[in-house]
Design a protein around this ligand. Structure first.
Ligand code: SF4
Length: 925
């Protein structure tokens, strides 16, 4: 029986052993793979192996690292493997419950004789006490089982009816059930209530900008406990579920489409979560543009409703005065319950959820959250799952649940990024100025504790500006830094250097959270910075000064609140951030991490506005450990997970996971081995040894030799050739050199040349032209045989873009894309690893990190070419260093197995020519 079986009753020996045996027997009969894994077509054998391994990893509560190359149907294997396990787990629980309820001895009024056989009996305890405790536990369990069974049946009936009556608005008309009441409670918990008379966004009351009376932790300990208790009462039972997360919105949508097409597409309760920016259907809020402003406005409307609920006696006079606070018109509990049920009744992606939400006039952001407890599959972006407070705010509970993290090859970097924080000198000055204005305006209305904390924050801001070499109260753009440079400090040293080591940052953090000062300040700025919610941009920047002037001459005028722009915080072309304080809040929170787990990078350059402080997270395991500890099982999956050592050591072992809990699965590709020809080329056509080190790669010899290799390749490779360079700068230099020597013109005679654009917006256009060109060439008999694309490792085209079939018949990797070892941040990370991790195979962890980063980038790039079973391509790694044992062992197994190391160009070229000739013959026959 799997870990964490139903209600953990077997841990307490409440289920007789023979009952457990019966259930085990039932499930052992289901061992046939075809029964276990419904699949839309006959799966490849590697898909069967994948699903088998996944099933057992989930069942045994493992942390699995799963690698399955792109094009092998990984998503479908994940869906069918994981949902098969979930289906069996639910069935297992149902059968256990049924057996337990059917036992004559488990009646609430009758003691089962079998239970007494299985129950532990403490010799020090009188028998009648043990009996009593057992009876009570049994009764409670039976009651709970009955209640849950009833709730499950009701939900299934309701969803079933919706599925069959989608056009009848069944759910709108249904009576309130017990579960509806739970939904209302949950809604109340998220501070959502509707008022049809809600005011517009402009109805902002200055009163609501003032921070409420604040009591410190010690003062409120008692009160806090009572709030927590209240929250606990409102908690709803979450069914066992799978949280599936991926990196981008489109990857999540693709996954949902795969679920729709799978045999589980009809009856899986799935909900997609996303940010308010993606989901909000309130046009007034959406038009605010930036994530931060949308979040702030939405949360503020919640707060308004909450305060209305808390102070009903104040409400009438306010209503009479027509000053009702703004609330969102899409937060009606009834509409959201309907949305919740309809969302669960049918598998939908984000766009479909938004459409449904608009039809129901219900918020999909909160409606989705409401659907989490009953959902079987929750699809969500990385950030929502990996960031603890976001997770909490979204109503996600990981206890005993399954988490699948897909496209996880950059998981370490992602966790590091999410928990790092950066503030600029401009933001610090702006926040200081805004908070000073705020304090001055409301000084007489602020309670003493508030004033104390606000002054403390002002002091911290001033100290942070000082440590960057500037002063508050002056324009940061005109403050020139006299001693530029980059410095790295431990957290404690930084606090000492900034002279804020005497401040209790935990208390400040708590004040930020409880008082919501950042949000209040943002509202204050919004109200007095011209009275408009529009972000300051190039267009309206010119009128902002006039508005401020007009305001200042009005009697009783509001203070002139500087915007980030005035203080230099505006990034050109970007919406201005209403609250730089939010950014600073994140930075100050980061400083509460353990001293050993992070560093502060002081970057002083140019003006104070351009200088910055960055918190660098060194130990991502700190934040990942909560996920690992709470979940029943975690699966980290990707197309290219090699080298896996990083995941194991930096994320899992460091988080305290025992090696026995880690399961690694790696499968080959679905293509026949002779459809891929990977070659490590050690020298070029003129015998020049290929080693693209920083010292050698810029020499004309190396550039010319690379050109000669490409020129030869273009003669034998049909369709598209994608050539990856280690950086934009190097690609630019090589391109310029080839232009000068005339090589580019010679290459152009065979392949039309394309370059990866630096702007993401142009990628699609370049790809479309590249693809059109290859298609045209394949249909004509002219001298042009295809296209050559110069791309950059880690650039716009090394991830998420398919070079399938003719789009990528050959991928060339020029040199080894090692990261910049001189970067102080990387050096600090290496030093940290050397200090905290053991050496493996005589190699220091810092050095291993460098090689792993390089090989991960290589694997991502070369994995672009083979995308399906009938595809074929060659991969050319230009650098003799690839032939060393370390890099070679870090290639994906399916590439490594066929890799040839070629010391000379001649045999390599012959092998390539033969490879493509054979493919040509095959395609003709
Ligand atoms: S409740 Fe929903 S629809 Fe309303 S503002 Fe918030 S996110 Fe937008």
């Amino acid at each position: 029986m799997g870990r964490g079986s139903v209600y953990n009753v077997n841990k307490r020996n409440l289920i007789p052993e023979e009952t457990c045996r019966t259930v085990r027997t039932v499930f052992s009969r289901m061992s046939d793979a075809s029964l276990r894994f419904p699949f839309p077509y006959q799966p490849y054998s590697i898909q069967e192996q994948f699903m088998e391994s996944l099933y057992s990893a989930l069942d045994q509560g493992k942390i699995g690292i799963f690698e399955s190359p792109t094009g092998t149907g990984k998503s479908l294997s994940l869906i069918c493997g994981a949902l098969s396990w979930l289906r069996d787990e639910e069935e297992r629980k149902r059968q256990e419950a049924a057996v337990l309820l059917a036992e004559p001895g488990v009646s609430p009024h009758k003691q089962p004789s079998s239970a007494s056989r299985c129950s532990p009996h403490s010799p020090s305890e009188p028998g009648w006490i043990t009996d009593f405790v057992q009876k009570k536990a049994k009764r409670d369990l039976v009651d709970k089982l009955k209640e849950e069974e009833l709730r499950r049946k009701r939900r299934e009936e309701r969803l079933e009816q919706i599925r069959h009556n989608t056009g009848l608005h069944y759910a709108m008309k249904r009576k309130k059930s017990d579960e509806d009441l739970e939904a209302v409670q949950l809604l109340q918990r998220s501070q959502e209530m509707i008022t049809s008379e809600g005011g517009g966004l402009e109805d902002r009351d200055e009163e609501e900008l003032i921070v409420a009376e604040y009591e410190s932790d010690d003062d409120t300990k008692k009160k806090q406990n009572s709030y927590d208790d209240e929250d606990d009462d409102l908690e709803e039972e979450h069914v066992t579920k799978i949280y599936y997360c991926s990196r981008t919105h489109s990857q999540l949508s693709q996954f949902v489409h795969e679920v729709q097409k799978s045999p589980f597409g009809k009856d899986t309760r799935l909900v997609s979560l996303a940010s308010r920016q993606n989901l909000c259907i309130n046009e007034e809020v959406r038009q605010l543009g930036s994530v931060q402003l949308i979040n702030e406005r939405c949360m503020e409307m919640h707060k308004n409703k909450q305060s209305e609920r808390k102070a009903p006696e104040d409400e009438e006079p306010r209503k009479r005065r027509g000053q009702r606070k703004a609330v969102c018109p899409f937060s009606s509990p009834a509409a959201m319950q309907t949305l919740r049920d309809q969302a669960l009744a049918q598998v939908r992606d984000i766009e479909q959820l938004v459409t449904l939400a608009k039809q129901n006039r219900a918020c999909p952001y909160y409606g989705g959250r409401l659907a989490i407890p009953a959902a079987q599959l929750v699809v969500l972006p990385y950030q929502t799952l990996l960031h603890e407070s976001t997770r909490r705010a979204s109503g996600i509970k990981l206890k005993d649940q399954i988490v699948i993290i897909d496209e996880a090859h950059n998981l370490i970097d992602t966790i590091t990024c999410i928990h790092s924080a950066l503030v600029t000198g401009a933001q610090l000055c702006c926040a200081h100025s805004q908070l000073t204005q705020y304090m001055e305006r409301y000084r007489s209305r602020l309670k003493a504790k508030n004033l104390m904390y606000i002054k403390q924050i002002l002091y911290v801001l001033e100290s942070l500006v000082r440590v960057l070499g500037g002063k508050v109260g002056q324009n940061p753009k005109t403050q020139i830094i006299t001693e530029p440079g980059t410095e790295l400090q431990s957290i404690n040293n930084f606090l000492f250097k900034a002279q804020i080591d005497n401040i209790n940052l935990f208390k400040v953090q708590r004040y930020y959270e409880k008082s919501m000062i950042s949000r209040k300040l943002s509202g204050f700025v919004e109200k007095f910075q011209g009275g408009t919610v529009q972000p300051i941009n190039k267009e309206n920047r010119s009128t902002a000064g006039l508005e401020r002037f007009l305001q200042s001459i009005r009697p009783g005028a509001a203070p002139e609140v500087p915007s980030p722009d005035q203080t230099g915080g505006m990034e050109d072309g970007q919406p201005s951030m209403a609250s730089p304080m939010m950014q600073i809040e994140g930075f100050l929170f980061a400083l509460t991490n353990a001293n050993k787990d992070g560093r502060v990078v002081l970057h002083r350059q140019g003006s104070l506005a351009q200088s910055s402080l960055k918190f660098l997270m060194l130990n991502p395991a700190v934040h990942f450990s909560a996920v690992l500890q709470q979940c029943r099982a975690v699966i980290i999956a990707g197309g290219t997970m090699q080298p896996v050592a990083d995941f194991k050591e930096q994320l899992l072992l460091s988080a305290g996971v025992g090696p026995e809990r880690i399961a690694v699965f790696s499968c080959g590709h679905v293509i026949p081995p002779n459809n891929i020809l990977p070659i490590i080329l050690c020298s070029g056509p003129s015998g020049q040894q290929l080693e693209f080190t920083y010292q050698k790669r810029d020499t004309p010899h190396m550039m010319d030799e690379t050109g000669r290799i490409l020129s030869n390749l273009c003669n034998v490779v049909p369709g598209g050739v994608v050539c990856f360079f280690p950086s934009y700068e190097y690609e630019k230099r090589v391109h310029a050199h080839w232009e000068e020597t005339g090589l580019l013109a010679r290459l152009s005679a065979k392949k039309k040349i394309f370059q990866e654009p630096k702007k993401a917006s142009q990628v699609e256009q370049v790809l479309a032209e590249y693809s059109r060109c290859i298609q045209r060439c394949s249909q004509s008999t002219g001298p042009l045989t295809g296209a050559l694309l110069f791309s950059v490792v880690g650039g716009k085209m090394s991830e998420g873009i398919n070079f399938s079939d003719d789009l990528g018949r050959c991928v060339v990797m020029v040199g080894m894309p090692y990261p910049n070892i001189k970067s102080p941040e990387l050096q600090e990370k290496m030093a940290y690893l050397d200090k905290t991790m053991p050496r493996v195979g005589g190699v220091s962890p810092g050095k291993a990190l460098i090689e792993n980063l390089c090989m991960k980038a290589v694997n991502q790039s070369i994995g672009r070419a083979i995308r399906h079973r009938g595809d074929y391509a060659s991969v050319l790694l230009l650098d003799q260093r690839y032939s060393r044992a370390g890099p070679l062992s870090k290639l994906p197994q399916w590439i490594r197995n066929s890799t040839q190391v070629q010391p000379a160009f001649g045999p390599a070229f012959a092998a390539l020519r033969k490879f493509f000739m054979e493919k040509k013959t095959l395609s003709r026959s």
